[in-house]
Design a protein around this ligand. Structure first.
Ligand code: NDP
Length: 477
């Protein structure tokens, strides 16, 4: 059965469909999904536009109830949805279930936020005049998401968009339509009026582009590659629309001589290789001071030997496959580039055979890397990390900040002085002390600076900045 697109409250098959393939076993077809056309995208935008006046004035209890019901169903079905996610994306079942629970928590959080909408009442600078500051929804929000967090990223964009009274046109990544379809189905059954949330699965170059080209989309929130992010930005400037971009990272993880070695190795392995290194917050630059360098590299090698890379759904798997062939080729190309550049492949990097045909890659660790090499400057987005040797903390901080990106930045140290200085001086949106660079909470701001992000922060109460517009009203008493 083909899972359809949702346009104006109707499930629409369209004329084409595509297959969702399991990267752990390419013989396994997860499902078939309708491929929307540019015309379908335009119909979805028109539906969202028509639904906006009523939804933007809907009562907070109605919005609360729908988001709450959605949270409850996602959490009740966490095992089934987590399995679907792992099957289509390739992260381990524990990670898939964890991400599904996160999506439920996000809907729960924004269900609560509907009940906490507030403004400000102030005296005017002029006598006998009152000033009110309120937040209003932006309008039709376009949501374009990547493949690496198939349920959490859609959740953290859809939940606030609906909470603050916007209507939505949602285009998930074509590689992982299953989890997105499932949450749209849940929201639809939870009672959203027709046209408030529209799902258009299909190609970015067609459906996504139709969204970018539409004057009727008032805000676009995007997570994905830097290249596509730039297209979103240029098109948004053209249409004078609000936009928010979360793009790549080349996140540093600094290990100082005084670090607890076990803590440093655990955080580095998690940062670099968990979720197959396919997290925008993953660390691919391990910047290590010379006093601990050799012990750190040896301990990393030992730890990496024990990693279990296998079918995402198999019990005991710690790292699943790469998401698809093209990403696998990108990873192995960078491994070849690293060797050509003169870095030493100290561990891993080879393709693995398992019981089923899949995109299995042994996580790779380079040593003797410099920060000038392409493997240190460009986002690889796979389980490939490099160790860069530095003299001391000052050099470590300089190298950590010497990157076009600025999403997450980590340090392993037992020194309060260095931890405090690093928190203050790391050029990143998020800083982690003795913790992996990846792994964030849902109720606090998420985002970066420099080439990693543009626009206001996502998640938590900070999400209101993007999904609302502020009005200042003056009244003569
Ligand atoms: P893309 O930027 O190509 O895709 C992200 C989303 O944008 C997808 O939904 C995609 O659709 C859509 N899209 C593609 N082209 C357009 C367009 N012209 N107009 C509007 N939307 C468009 O990233 P990929 O998923 O292809 O990943 C490529 C690389 O990006 C990765 O190797 C990685 O380096 C980086 N990446 C970074 C992420 C992060 O969180 N920082 C997340 C994912 C990827 P479609 O379904 O056709 O792909």
């Amino acid at each position: 059965m083909v899972q359809k697109n949702l346009i104006d409250g109707e499930w629409i098959a369209g004329s084409e469909a595509f297959r969702n393939i399991n990267p752990s076993n390419t013989n396994d077809v997860v499902g078939e999904y309708a491929r929307a056309s540019a015309e379908d995208a335009r119909a979805a935008i028109a539906a969202a536009k028509a639904a906006f006046p009523a939804w933007s004035r809907s009562g907070i209890l109605e919005r609360h109830a729908i988001l709450r019901k959605t949270a409850d169903e996602i959490l009740a079905r966490k095992d089934e949805l987590g399995k679907l996610l792992s099957r289509e994306e390739g992260k381990t079942l524990a990670e898939g279930i964890g991400e599904t629970v996160r999506a439920g928590q996000i809907f729960d959080f924004f269900a609560g936020e509907c009940l906490r909408l507030a403004g400000e009442v102030l005296p005017s600078a002029r006598p006998n005049i009152g000033v009110e500051i309120t937040r209003e929804p932006v309008g039709v929000v376009g949501i374009i998401t990547p493949w690496n967090f198939p349920i959490a990223i859609p959740a953290w964009k859809i939940a606030p968009a609906l909470c603050y009274g916007n209507t939505v046109v949602f285009k998930p990544a074509e590689l992982v339509p299953g989890s997105s379809w499932a949450i749209v189905d849940i929201l639809h059954r939870a009672g959203l009026p027709k046209g408030v949330l529209n799902l258009v699965m299909g190609k970015g170059s067609v459906v996504g582009q139709a969204m970018l080209d539409s004057p009727d989309i008032h805000a676009i929130t995007f997570t994905g590659s830097t290249g596509t992010g730039k297209r979103v930005a240029l098109a948004s400037v053209e249409h004078n629309r609000k936009y928010q971009l979360e793009m790549g990272g080349k996140n540093p993880f600094v290990v100082l001589d005084d670090a607890d070695l076990a803590v440093a190795v655990e955080a580095a392995v998690n940062s670099a290789f968990f979720s197959t290194g396919q997290r925008c917050t993953a660390s691919s630059r391990l910047i290590v001071t010379e006093g601990i360098h050799d012990r750190f590299v040896a301990a990393m090698g030992e730890r990496m030997k024990g990693l279990v890379i296998d079918d995402a759904l198999k019990a005991g798997t710690q790292i699943g496959p790469v998401v698809d062939e093209s990403q696998l080729n990108q990873d192995t190309d960078y491994i070849a580039i690293g060797r050509q550049e003169g870095a030493k492949l100290a561990f891993g990097g080879e393709l693995l055979k398992r019981d089923t045909p899949g995109f299995y890659l042994q996580p790779a660790l380079f040593t003797e890397a410099t920060n000038a090499m392409r493997i240190s400057r460009e986002e690889i987005f796979g389980p490939v990390a490099s160790v860069i040797r530095v003299k001391d903390y000052d050099e470590a901080l300089t190298v950590a900040n010497d990157t076009p990106f600025g999403l997450s930045s980590g340090i392993a140290t037992t020194s309060l002085k260095h931890a405090t200085h690093f928190k203050r001086n790391a050029e990143a949106g998020m800083v982690m002390v003795n913790l992996p660079t990846a792994g964030v909470d849902f109720h606090v701001p998420f985002g970066g600076r420099k080439g990693s992000s543009h626009g206001s922060r996502e998640q938590g109460r900070y999400a209101a900045e993007f999904y609302t517009t502020v009005k200042t009203a003056y009244t003569l008493a």
